[in-house]
Design a protein around this ligand. Structure first.
Ligand SMILES: Cc1cc2nc3c(=O)[nH]c(=O)nc-3n(C[C@H](O)[C@H](O)[C@H](O)COP(=O)(O)OP(=O)(O)OC[C@H]3O[C@@H](n4cnc5c(N)ncnc54)[C@H](O)[C@@H]3O)c2cc1C
Length: 448
C-alpha cells in the first residue's frame, strides 16, 4: 500500500481551499520544476516547514546550499494549511507514559526543547523579516465537561512541576471573564507559552529567506523513485533527476510508503479539518462573550481547536474523516458547521466561507522522529509531529542541519525524539486502526 487516503488528498493540482491562501499573493515568485539532470551535495524532499527550516539553517549557519524537491509548491502540505497554533506538543503519549518510558530528566529536557522551538519560530520570523500576523498569549485548554476539570488539574501539575511552564487554572466564571462562554466550556488551563500565526505567510517567508541564501527550490517536482548508486543518491522526478550525496526526508504526513523502504509502514497519517467563518461583528462576538485572541483547544481526545483571527473570522478545527474523498469531505464540512453552532450557539447561522483539510502524521512509537538512518548515515529525517509541527518542524530543521554537518551527534539527541523508526504491526490495516481509534475516542469523549 503506498497511500492511505483518497487520491484527492494528494492531488497538488486541486485548490487547497484554505482561508490562508487568500491572505498572500505568491504568483510572482513561482518556483520552477526540476528539468533535466542536476547534482548537489544535499537534497531535501519536502518543502514544508521542516524542509524549509532545514535548508535555511544549512545555508545560514553552515554555508550549505541545499536543493529542495517539493511535489506541490512550498508550504503546500500541512505547513501552509494548519491552524497556526505555534505551541508545544508534537507527541501522542500521555504524561504518565512519557515519564515511564523516558524518565524525568529526558521528559523535562523534551519540554525545554519544545519551549525553545516556540521561541525559535519567533526569533526566525523577526530575524528574517517574516510578517506572520502573530496573535495571542500562550494557549488555553478548555474542559468540555465539568468532569474534565480533574484532567486540567493534572495537566497543571505536570506542566508546572515537570515542564516548568507558567500556567494558571481558570474557573468557568474566570474563563467567561477572560475569554468566552459556551455550553461546552467548564473552566480552563491557561498555559503562557506560544502564540498563533498565519501559516502560509510563515512558510512562504521561510522559503524566501532560504532562497535569499542560495537554496534552490524545485516546485511541482514529485520524487517518484529513489536509487542509491555507490555513494550517490539519485532522486527521479517526472522531468529530471537530482543526484545528491546526502538526502533529508521532510515529507511528514505526505510520505508515500514507496519512497524508501526505511520509511514505509512506519507512519500513520490522519486528516485534520478546518472551517472559517466570515468576519464576525462586535455584537456577534459579545454574544459569546468573546474577548481573546489566544488559541484554544479542548480536553477531548478528538479535540476541537479554535481561535479568532485578526480580521474577526473564527477558525474552528477538528479531526478529519477516514478517507478524504470528495463525498466524505462534504459530510465533514457539515459536521463541523453543526458542531460550531452547538459550541457557540450565537454563531449558529453565521456563513462559513472556507473549508479545507490536510494530513498530520503519527508514528508507531507516538513520538516525533529526528535522526539519520543507522544503515545509511547519508539519509536524515525529521517527521511525525502528531498534529503539532509549526514549532517542532522549525526546531527539527535546525537540529537536522547540525546533525548533517557533524555539529551534533544523533546519540546526543533527547531520547524522546531519538527512537528507532518502528514499523506498524499489520501496517496494511492502518486505516482500520484509525477507524477504531475514532470510534473508541468518540465514546470516551462523550462520557460526561
Ligand atoms: C488541518 C491541519 C491543522 C494543523 N494545525 C496545526 C497547528 O495549529 N499547529 C501546529 O503546530 N501544527 C498543526 N498541524 C500540523 C503541522 O501543520 C505539521 O506538523 C507541519 O506542518 C509539518 O511540516 P512538514 O514540513 O514536516 O510537513 P508538510 O508541511 O506536510 O510538508 C511535507 C511536504 O512534502 C511534500 N512531499 C511529500 N512526498 C513528496 C515526494 N515524494 N516528492 C516531493 N515532495 C513530496 C508534500 O507535497 C508536502 O508539501 C496541522 C495540520 C493540519 C493538516
Amino acid at each position: 500500500m503506498t497511500t492511505l487516503f483518497h487520491s484527492a488528498v494528494y492531488d497538488r493540482t486541486l485548490p487547497v481551499g484554505s482561508y490562508w491562501e487568500t491572505t498572500v499573493d505568491s504568483g510572482d515568485d513561482e518556483d520552477e520544476p526540476l528539468n533535466g539532470d542536476r547534482t548537489c551535495e544535499v537534497a531535501i524532499i519536502g518543502g514544508g516547514i521542516t524542509g524549509l527550516s532545514t535548508a535555511l539553517h544549512l545555508a545560514r549557519d553552515h554555508g550549505i546550499e541545499a536543493h529542495i524537491l517539493e511535489a506541490g509548491v512550498p508550504g503546500w502540505g500541512a505547513s501552509g494549511r494548519n491552524g497556526g497554533f505555534c505551541c508545544f506538543g508534537a507527541i501522542g503519549l500521555s504524561h504518565d507514559e512519557l515519564l515511564k518510558r523516558f524518565g524525568l530528566a529526558e521528559t523535562h529536557r523534551y519540554f525545554q526543547e519544545q519551549r525553545d522551538a516556540v521561541e525559535l519560530v519567533r526569533e526566525l520570523a523577526a530575524s528574517e523579516g517574516i510578517e506572520i500576523d502573530s496573535q495571542g498569549d500562550g494557549e488555553i485548554q478548555v474542559a468540555h465537561y465539568p468532569s474534565r476539570w480533574l484532567q486540567l488539574e493534572e495537566e497543571y501539575e505536570f506542566l508546572t512541576e515537570v515542564a516548568q511552564y507558567p500556567c494558571t487554572l481558570w474557573s468557568k466564571k474566570e474563563l467567561a471573564e477572560y475569554a468566552f462562554h459556551s455550553p461546552e466550556a467548564h473552566g480552563a488551563l491557561h498555559i503562557r507559552l506560544g502564540f498563533s500565526l498565519n501559516p502560509v505567510k510563515y512558510s512562504l517567508g521561510l522559503a524566501k529567506a532560504a532562497k535569499r541564501r542560495g537554496v534552490k527550490i524545485y516546485a511541482h517536482t514529485l520524487v517518484e523513485r529513489w536509487e542509491k548508486d555507490g555513494s550517490w543518491h539519485r532522486l527521479h522526478t517526472p522531468q529530471g533527476t537530482l543526484k545528491a550525496r546526502q538526502v533529508i526526508v521532510a515529507t511528514n504526513g505526505y510520505t508515500e510508503d514507496k519512497l524508501h523502504s526505511a520509511f514505509s509502514d512506519r507512519f500513520l497519517p490522519a486528516l485534520s479539518s478546518i472551517i472559517t467563518t466570515r468576519p464576525l461583528t462586535q455584537a456577534e462576538l459579545d454574544a459569546q462573550g468573546w474577548c481573546t485572541e489566544t488559541q484554544i483547544w479542548d480536553t477531548r481526545n478528538l479535540l476541537f481547536y479554535y481561535r479568532l483571527l485578526k480580521d474577526g473570522r473564527f477558525l474552528f478545527g477538528s479531526r478529519g474523516g477516514i478517507n478524504g474523498s470528495p463525498t466524505e469531505s462534504v459530510s465533514q464540512h457539515r459536521f463541523m458547521s453543526r458542531r460550531l453552532g452547538e459550541m457557540f450557539p450565537a454563531w449558529r447561522d453565521v456563513e462559513i466561507t472556507h473549508f479545507w483539510q490536510g494530513l498530520v502524521c503519527f508514528s508507531a512509537t507516538f513520538t516525533p522522529h529526528i535522526g539519520k538512518l543507522a544503515d545509511d548515515p547519508t539519509v536524515f529525517y525529521a517527521l511525525a509531529y502528531h498534529g503539532n509541527g509549526i514549532a517542532t518542524g522549525t526546531w527539527s530543521g535546525r537540529v537536522v542541519a547540525r546533525l548533517l554537518v557533524g555539529k551534533e551527534d544523533a546519540s546526543d539527541l533527547c531520547a524522546v525524539v531519538n527512537q528507532p523508526l518502528k514499523r506498524f504491526p499489520l501496517a496494511a490495516l492502518r486505516s482500520w486502526y484509525l477507524r477504531f481509534a475514532y470510534v473508541a475516542y468518540n465514546l470516551i469523549d462523550a462520557i460526561p
